[in-house]
Design a protein around this ligand. Structure first.
Ligand code: TRP
Length: 375
């Protein structure tokens, strides 16, 4: 093996992992559609680095709400310690956390059904990290392609936390004994890392009866699966990846006027005849897709309706569709933001619940390790 191969997962490996994950996801989605929801425990999360935008909403947030409403036990993590993996500064982390809670609730995450928590408030997660770090090698950590891409984007030296955050993330997932993690492709290496860690822990430290100390033959930790491709992938208003740093997003909290302003500047092309052709006309097709997600109408039909109306008519239509679709969410959001105390209390309740669960899991892990000293 060359030094290079040892450092990054090869293309072939990445492709094989993706194909396997797509197949598993399809099978799980079919299982859920058939009503088998009781066996799944979902954990998903976001880093509080900014305000949520329509890319998050159509890509992940709506799916979380749907899965919750199907009756799946859902936990949503605000990964605040992950913010400092690739930057020196937490920014307005408190404001971002508060706004994330507001976005979640406004979009339909129901605190009576789902749990929202912040990992900085759960000491057991960080203690699990210590155990998990003993189960990986440095070479394995360097092979994670997502970490490598983030290192390049950060343009600063690798921090210890950036190198090890996939292990930290495994603790996020496993502290809640979650077995299903809705993810985008970039998170697949992290999920594989979590599975490897759970397997290694279970093998090295088989579960024991806390009273007798005898092995029970089960593993303490579940092997989590990724659930890919449930949401829609939309692009930014410039046709590139939607991201705050590119200024091509529409934030959920934006006013209707600001939404109109952003969409007015959206990139289109010079062909006045509007058609849905994601390969040849990605920008125009992306706007049609957004309108379609809002109205439920097929993008081809929307294109036919606009006909030769050009980019201006398309933008006016998308603006109206998006503002109308988001109006109830934005109204709820504004109301929620008027009662910060309530939002913090939802988070505090979630933190408390996960703290108890995580303590139980950590205790079980310590029993398996023979580190229960009886006090
Ligand atoms: N890394 C994820 C992201 O950047 C956020 C995250 C942290 C997460 N811990 C997690 C996602 C656990 C799923 C499960 O989006």
């Amino acid at each position: 093996m060359t030094k290079d191969e040892n450092q990054v997962a090869s293309e072939t490996e990445v492709r094989a992992t993706l194909k396997a994950a797509q197949e598993t996801s399809k099978a799980i989605a079919a299982d859920i559609a058939a009503g088998n929801v009781g066996k799944y425990r979902i954990l998903t999360g976001d880093r509080p680095t900014g305000f949520l935008h329509i890319g998050h909403y159509f890509g992940t947030l709506k799916t979380r709400v749907d899965l919750q409403n199907l009756g799946i036990d859902t936990t949503v993590l605000i990964a605040d310690y992950q913010v400092i993996t690739d930057r020196d500064n937490l920014g307005n982390v408190r404001e971002y956390v508060l706004n994330l809670v507001a976005d979640y609730l406004a979009a339909g995450i129901d605190p009576e059904k789902s749990t929202i928590f912040c990992h900085s408030q759960i000491p057991a997660i960080h203690e699990m990290l210590v155990i998990f770090l003993s189960l990986v090698t440095e070479a394995e950590l360097h092979r994670n392609p997502t970490v490598k891409a983030e290192l390049e984007a950060a343009a600063r030296p690798m921090s210890g936390l950036l190198l090890t955050y996939p292990v930290h993330q495994a603790a996020d997932i496993l502290c809640a004994k979650a077995n299903l993690v809705p993810v985008g492709q970039d998170q697949l290496p992290h999920l594989e890392q979590a599975r490897v860690l759970a397997k290694r822990f279970n093998k090295r430290y088989p579960q024991r009866d806390p009273q007798t100390g005898k092995k029970t033959g089960h593993g303490v930790l579940p092997l989590p699966q990724g659930l890919l491709g449930q949401g829609a992938m939309i692009l930014g208003t410039d046709g590139q990846k939607m991201s705050k740093s590119r200024h091509n997003t529409v934030e959920l909290r934006a006013s209707e006027d600001d939404t109109a302003k952003v969409l007015k500047k959206a990139v289109t092309d010079s062909d006045r005849q509007i058609t849905f052709d994601p390969v040849q006309r990605p920008e125009v097709s992306n706007l049609l897709l957004i309108a379609s997600l809002c109205t439920g109408q097929a993008p081809e039909d929307i294109a036919a309706e606009i006909g030769a109306g050009g980019g201006g008519a398309l933008k006016a239509l998308v603006t109206e569709a998006l503002n109308e679709h988001l109006r109830p969410l934005r109204q709820r959001r504004a109301e929620l933001m008027r009662d910060e105390g309530y939002l913090w209390s939802v988070l505090a309740r979630g933190n408390e619940k996960v703290r108890d669960e995580a303590n139980d899991v950590l205790r079980e892990m310590k029993v398996a390790m023979g580190m229960n000293y009886g006090v």
